[in-house]
Design a protein around this ligand. Structure first.
Ligand SMILES: [Zn+2]
Length: 316
């Protein structure tokens, strides 16, 4: 979950804000690194095996022509997927590159789905005019948007690009469900119940690169939410110095990390302002750590619903 300010605008946005605050709380982190109950994570072998995951982007729009307003252009969607890959692969000569000693190429990549659920060719983009559907008002959450479209989460990462009003810009960025595993701290993620939809919401204004006047305009909202989707917590966790986000190489910090200025966290160490799992500005973000990459690979290996994505027919 990413947000910036807590001001409230109108009733619908108030509901959205409440949802966000709730999710923020459910998204904090906790934990002792040396806890014997923590599963042993096998370190990925450098340079070996790239894991590719299929995405379906549901563009829930207001009836505009393709490329106008909430009905985002194909190029903007493709660029967003490219940014996601630049960030997860720490690609050189892109915003996603870093030379931090703890920085990781996660070896996880994403492609738009090549087949729809009927096994017909797909370009991985599903456009839906929301005015042609009547759905129950369930708030800003996955269950609400799944009423428009929801592809089998065992085979697709569902991303709903949602047509929020202008007033929500830079206030409501996105949200993600998280996987329940035996990893410590996974209960802080927004784990869906058996009948709940699983996937990622992104405010259309923050999907891809834009020129909006906002700290979140370089497509990092999706990078952050994908981190949650693959089991990562925020870097500040439960705001206790003696606990952690169960990732050794993210320095402890007891409050939310916003903006672009470094400050000292727990143990006199600078917070990792460039980490994608903060609320910091898109412009300063460029890092997942090796520990975070290991945690995501553990989830991909051990969580049934995430593991099945690796062998999805939608990749072919
Ligand atoms: Zn978050």
């Amino acid at each position: 979950m990413r947000k910036m300010k807590t001001k409230r605008i109108n009733i619908s946005l108030l509901l959205i804000s409440i949802g966000i605050i709730t999710l923020n709380m459910s998204c904090s982190k906790h934990g002792g690194i040396n806890d014997p109950d923590i599963p042993v994570i096998i370190k990925p072998e450098p340079g070996k095996d790239i894991t590719t995951l299929p995405i379906i982007v549901h563009i829930i729009h207001e009836g505009e022509h393709v490329g106008e307003g909430t009905n985002l252009s194909k190029n903007r969607i493709l660029r967003q997927i490219e940014i996601l890959n630049e960030d997860f692969r720490r690609k050189e000569k892109t915003r996603g590159f870093n030379d931090h000693p703890d920085g990781a190429d996660t070896r996880i990549e994403f492609i738009l789905a090549k087949q729809n659920p009927d096994r017909k060719l797909s370009n991985g983009i599903n456009r839906i005019n929301r005015n042609q559907h009547s759905v129950e008002e369930l708030g800003y959450n996955q269950n609400h948007f799944a009423q428009y479209a929801y592809w089998d989460p065992k085979n697709y990462i569902n991303i709903w690009v949602s047509p929020l009003p202008k007033e929500a810009e830079c206030l409501v960025l996105g949200a993600s469900t998280g996987p329940e595993t035996n990893l410590p701290g996974s209960h802080f993620l927004s784990v869906p119940g058996p009948n709940d939809a699983d996937g990622i919401l992104i405010n259309w204004a923050h999907f891809g690169e834009t020129d909006i006047n906002c700290h979140a305009r370089f497509g990092r909202t999706l990078t952050h939410e994908m981190g949650h989707f693959l089991g990562l917590l925020h870097t500040w966790g439960d705001r206790k110095c003696d606990t952690n986000d169960y990732v050794l190489d993210t320095p402890g910090v007891i409050k939310e990390v916003f903006g672009r200025n470094k400050f000292i966290g727990c143990s006199g160490e600078e917070v990792q302002i460039e980490n994608y799992m903060n609320y910091t500005d898109d412009e300063v973000m460029n890092m997942f750590t090796k520990g975070q990459a290991e945690r995501m690979h553990y989830v991909l290996k051990n969580h049934k619903g995430r593991n099945s994505l690796i062998s999805s027919f939608a990749l072919d």
